[in-house]
Design a binder for this molecule. Structure first.
Ligand SMILES: NC(=O)C1=CN([C@@H]2O[C@H](COP(=O)(O)OP(=O)(O)OC[C@H]3O[C@@H](n4cnc5c(N)ncnc54)[C@H](OP(=O)(O)O)[C@@H]3O)[C@@H](O)[C@H]2O)C=CC1
Ligand SMILES: O=C1O[C@H](COP(=O)(O)O)[C@@H](O)[C@H](O)[C@H]1O
Length: 500
């Protein structure tokens, strides 16, 4: 559970010259500082190989924050808390220098030995850094020690186990914060509240009333500069193993007995344990993979995945996945959870559609329009909110129905901008709340599920790649996946709050 006190802490960012630090971490720390969530007893050490000075880091932090807030502001006081130490994570001696600086700042800012180590670096370094933090005494202080680890947490179950064993030599499970930034998104956090704080939904949240659940997370961007990583990952490892399965778990879990980290995590783990394994010949029945071809985005031509920088021209990597997940427990027996995610799709959107079963008898059957099913749409991004699709009487003399929508827009209610996911997660970590981070058991079970699918895909080259044009919603087979069950993907753009 979250502590209400403003913590004092040293925050050490490994990979401080990188993209994540610049685009997400520095601005998030600034927002926390502005809101008084960081207090004044903090110091940040940025490290990377580049021979920057403290001043160069400060300039970079300034630039990143001002770009992010889009206006000029005096942030010198905030920036004065930042320090830089050039450091190669493979070099033992530089940890000794790092420790000296950390101990000095600890005293200067009265940090009580509290330390957060944020690994914003390529995953191949995670294990080495964790080991050095222990052997070189950086985590040997009297305060709290927390290790924040970026994704991907391994490449498969085996490598994830190896990594976990490495970091567990230096940190306890309670000290490890495995980031899944979707768990910091306002509306992902809202799933629990919608379900467990509304008498209206919880009684209906089961296979008696829900016919299917659809989760779409589509991106317009292509692979950009990340092909080296993405070629070894693909959409299944990049998005499904973590973000998509985490959303499934939050939608499907039983109500926890209380809102503690352990209780929530244990309910999510039970969902992963109930996930029907999809393996061997069943993979093609339940899962569809796609790779984008060339096409048009916003009227501009974009290249096929195989023509992107650093991509193998015969690449078998999937940039799109659609799947049907079954949760074999009492609550969800028979209810498909459809997921789809991909790059270079028509629109940037993450939405969850809960489709309720039709009413038992339609009194209005003979009117012009057949009754539309009730839908609960949870808008995760870019807009944040909920829409409930109902049927009402059309105004006029006749007894005709018309679909109506009840909207709640999170952004318009709570101000212009809800906090960035990273801001919330950093705040949680500072306060020792690991609820919105992935526990090892969740990571292991989700790799176990995904490995069985990737095993089949890696052994069988997809001869039809590319199989969807950039700017579309994926391959035809993704639509057929639902059609064979008598459903269809609700078009995400039609469901936008603005279109209501
Ligand atoms: N960028 C993003 O939006 C997201 C990133 N992530 C994850 O965050 C992590 C970082 O990603 P990102 O910032 O994009 O990566 P970048 O490649 O932009 O940054 C990598 C950082 O690591 C440093 N580095 C590389 N090798 C060494 C070394 N031997 N010793 C010390 N420092 C080193 C680099 O600095 P230098 O060259 O100066 O040494 C740089 O600061 C990855 O795990 C990624 O998967 C996750 C979600 C989103
Ligand atoms: O983790 C990742 O997520 C992003 C999508 O995140 P979003 O918050 O913009 O939806 C994805 O582009 C990236 O490939 C993946 O590594």
């Amino acid at each position: 559970m979250k502590s209400k006190e403003t913590p004092s802490s040293l925050i050490m960012i490994f990979g401080a010259t990188g993209d994540l630090a610049k685009r997400k971490l520095f601005p998030s720390l600034y927002h926390l500082y502005r809101k008084g969530r960081l207090g004044n007893n903090f110091a940040v050490i940025g490290t990377a190989r580049r021979p920057w000075t403290h001043e160069e880091l400060k300039e970079n932090v300034k630039d990143s924050v001002l770009t992010s807030i889009g206006k000029s502001e005096n942030i010198d006081e905030f920036v004065s808390h930042f320090y830089y130490q050039a450091h190669d994570v493979k070099n033992t001696e530089s940890y000794i220098e790092l420790k000296k600086l950390a101990d000095k700042l600890d005293e200067q800012y009265s940090l009580n030995g509290n330390r957060i180590f944020y690994l914003a670096m390529a995953p191949e370094f995670f294990g080495t850094i964790a080991e050095h933090l222990k052997t070189d005494g950086l985590n040997d202080t009297k305060g709290f020690k927390r290790l924040v680890i970026e994704k991907p947490f391994g490449h498969d179950l085996e490598s994830a186990k190896t990594l976990n064993a490495q970091i567990r030599k230096a940190f306890n499970e309670e000290e490890i914060y495995r980031i899944d930034h979707y768990l910091g998104k306002a509306m992902v956090q809202n799933i629990e509240v919608i379900r467990f704080a509304n008498a209206l939904f919880e009684p209906l949240w089961n296979n008696r009333y829900i016919s299917n659940i659809q989760i779409t997370s589509s991106e317009v961007l292509g692979v950009e500069e990340r092909a080296r990583y993405y070629e070894t990952s693909g959409a299944l490892r990049d998005m499904v193993q973590n973000h998509m399965l985490q959303m499934v778990a939050l939608l499907a879990m039983e109500p926890p007995i209380k809102l503690s980290t352990d209780e929530i995590r244990s309910e999510k783990v039970r969902v992963f344990r109930a996930l029907r394994p999809i393996e061997g010949d069943h993979v093609k029945e339940y899962f569809v993979r796609g790779q984008y071809g060339s096409g048009q985005i916003d009227g501009k031509d974009v290249p096929a995945y195989r023509n992107e920088l650093n991509v193998d021209p015969a690449s078998n990597t999937e940039t799109f996945v659609a799947g049907k997940l079954m949760i074999d427990n009492f609550r969800w027996a028979g209810v498909p959870f459809y997921i789809r995610t991909g790059k270079r799709m028509e629109t940037k959107s993450t939405k969850i559609v809960i489709q309720f079963k039709d009413i038992p008898m339609n009194l209005y059957y003979n009117t012009d329009h057949q009754l539309a099913p009730n839908l609960l749409v949870i808008h995760i991004q870019p807009e944040e909110g909920i829409t409930l699709h109902l049927n009402a009487k059309k105004s006029g003399q006749h007894m005709e129905t018309t679909p109506v929508k009840l909207n709640f827009s999170n952004t318009s209610t709570h101000g212009i901008n809800t906090p960035e996911a990273y801001e919330k997660l950093l705040d949680d970590c500072l306060r020792g709340d690991a609820t919105n981070f992935a526990h090892w058991d969740e990571v292991a079970l989700s790799w176990n599920f995904v490995d069985k699918i990737s095993e089949v895909w890696e052994n069988k080259t997809q001869t039809e790649f590319p199989n969807y044009a950039s700017g579309t919603m994926g391959p035809k087979a993704s639509d057929q996946l639902l059609e064979k069950d008598g459903f269809f993907w609700w078009p995400v753009t039609d469901l936008d709050i603005d279109n209501c």
